[in-house]
Design a protein around this ligand. Structure first.
Ligand code: TA6
Length: 275
């Protein structure tokens, strides 16, 4: 599978054309920040398990079509390389894709996507969606980042105190977060109407990961825990302990409406500091 691999004294990074999928980011002097499953499949038609899959134009199952691929079709699409630009010590890789006969099988809209991934002392990901058609369109999107952690049970997630969320492990019941998030079982939550930055505190890898975002009104937090992890063929049984997904997104009631000729950009920036 074709990929762009960046190696500089500042950063090591990797992004595949398959799904415009970032699979590695390692700023100088640090261990790998992103989780990538040892069992991931590297095949056309399958999403890579780990890194940052892009969910678009729907999140989860497609409401009106149970046959449709989970999280949309864009993460298994072959994107095109647009440019690779070095600015100072950072490298920006741009890729694009657009609607075609295949995409229209699932979703009639005319669109063009551009994805810019900037690898440097921070990781900046920008997804630009353009409505190239003549009718309004509505879509969900998520930068479904898998963060690598030393031990999920010792990891703490901050920044969502007193934010309402839909609990997908409890029939999407609406609840409110109290204090920091501690993962003690399968966790699958859509935090609503939040623009806050998130902090992952990892006492085992002795690092703090800060995730900031722009034009995103939801944050998804996910860990499959034991049983769900066992149910995945592309995930090793014990890998649930080493990852947490924090997903900059616009899903559920915060899906994006885009008029013809308009475009929307969602951005997430990841920074790592010592704990
Ligand atoms: O983002 C959390 C979630 O929607 C979970 O419900 C879980 O299914 C996860 O995504 C992974 O989905 P995938 O289709 O990649 O197996």
């Amino acid at each position: 599978m074709p990929k762009v691999r960046i190696t500089s004294h500042e950063v090591v990074g990797e992004i595949y054309l398959h799904g415009a999928h970032v699979t590695s980011w390692k700023p100088a002097g640090r261990e790998e920040v992103l989780f990538l499953s040892s069992q991931s499949r590297w095949e056309h038609g399958h999403a890579i398990r780990g890194g940052v899959p892009i969910c678009f134009p729907w999140f989860g199952g497609k409401a009106d079509d149970p046959r449709a691929p989970a999280h949309g079709f864009i993460r298994t699409t072959a994107w095109h390389l647009e440019s690779i630009v070095q600015i100072g010590d950072a490298v920006t890789v741009s890729m694009f894709t657009e609607s075609n006969e295949d995409t229209k099988r699932w979703w009639p809209a005319k669109f063009r996507l551009v994805y810019r991934a900037t690898f440097g002392s921070e990781l900046c990901l920008e997804l630009v969606v353009a409505n190239t058609g003549t009718t309004p369109l509505r879509f969900e999107e998520a930068l479904h980042a898998y963060h690598r952690v030393g031990n999920i049970e010792k990891t703490r997630v901050r920044g969502l105190d007193r934010v309402h969320y839909l609990d997908k492990t409890d029939s999407n019941r609406l609840k409110m977060q109290q204090g920091e998030i501690v993962i003690v079982s399968e966790t699958d939550r859509v935090y609503l109407n939040t623009i806050h930055a998130i902090e992952l505190e990892d006492p085992v890898l002795r690092r703090r990961t800060r995730v900031t975002k722009e034009n995103s009104r939801t944050t998804v937090v996910w860990n499959p825990w034991v049983q769900k992890a066992h149910s995945f063929s592309d995930f090793a049984d014990d890998e649930w302990m080493q990852m947490i997904c924090v997903e900059t997104s616009n899903v559920s009631d915060f899906a994006v409406d885009l008029a013809p000729g308009q475009q929307h950009k969602i951005t997430t920036i990841v920074r790592v500091t010592d704990f």
